[in-house]
Design a protein around this ligand. Sequence first.
Ligand code: FAD
Length: 300
Amino acid sequence: MEAQSNIPLWRYTTLKIGGEAGSFCQPESIDELVQLMEKLKKQDQPWFVLGGGSNLLVSSAGVKGTVIRTAQMKRMENPEPNIIEADAGARLPHLARFAAAKGLSGFEFSVGIPGTVGGGVIMNAGAHGSCMSNLIETVTIFDTEKAEIVTLRNEEIGFVYRRCNLDPSKHVVLSARFRLTDERPDVIEANIKHNEEYRWKTQPLGWPNAGSTFKNPEPTRSAGSLLDQAGAKQLKEGNAAVSAVHANFVINMGGATSDEVTNLLKHMQESVYQKFDVRLHPEWKIVGDFTKTEREVFES
Ligand SMILES: Cc1cc2nc3c(=O)[nH]c(=O)nc-3n(C[C@H](O)[C@H](O)[C@H](O)COP(=O)(O)OP(=O)(O)OC[C@H]3O[C@@H](n4cnc5c(N)ncnc54)[C@H](O)[C@@H]3O)c2cc1C
């Protein structure tokens, strides 16, 4: 596997923002990924694992160290009844389609989530009343501190709303094993169609975006609704704006930079804090050069 340089990361994020990576690698198998991690550990080099780049703000100033993109590791298998195994780079919408083709239900929620298995595990991605942790039996990781491959059971991973106790700066997700239920293909297809149509109606899918910007402060209190009531849809900073379709979505209108987005997030937080006395915490992760003040926006 060859390391590339001068690769602009905006190409690999759904928000289409991000400067160059110090070095850029795309392993095609778990073996290649593990060998790379062992090498980087030996050389004490900084690294970052990028999945679909769909929950991420990458600094326009770029990222020092090695960025490892897993998208080429897309193995999906149905090795026994009701079980699907997938490598870290498999896309969640592809997994939904793969499962549907096998008559297996459970992944319909993920059909509109443009992330990978690795990012989906780290974020415990979810929608339409379900989430990754409802399906996960085990996750296999490379623990970079111990330099070993470990398989963890669901209950060892500490899944909660949009997070788990795996730390992406130490734990690299290699693959996961999911348990699904049998269902009639037409029922699964109808669920998928319903979920897709709902997204096209409620999300600004024609613009580069990174999904929901802030977490819901409570299960029954939506960040989008608080932002809408606080007038956030009027907010704009340079070429970054709050979507008129969904107040919890930030869109890149063309050429937006990471500092414009960070400033916009600060204004969004302030608008909700002033009206409701509620502090919203971003769902996104950040990577690359950000100032201390910019980082504070992302602290939760
Ligand atoms: C249009 C749109 C709709 C969305 N809808 C939803 C939704 O309904 N529900 C939802 O939960 N999310 C949603 N998202 C957000 C996003 O798709 C999910 O959070 C997804 O799980 C992120 O996966 P990713 O592979 O893109 O991760 P990335 O954005 O690439 O990375 C996110 C984090 O995961 C880490 N990571 C990625 N892969 C690995 C790995 N193999 N090992 C260790 N760490 C890793 C990264 O280092 C980073 O810290 C949406 C996004 C978009 C753009």
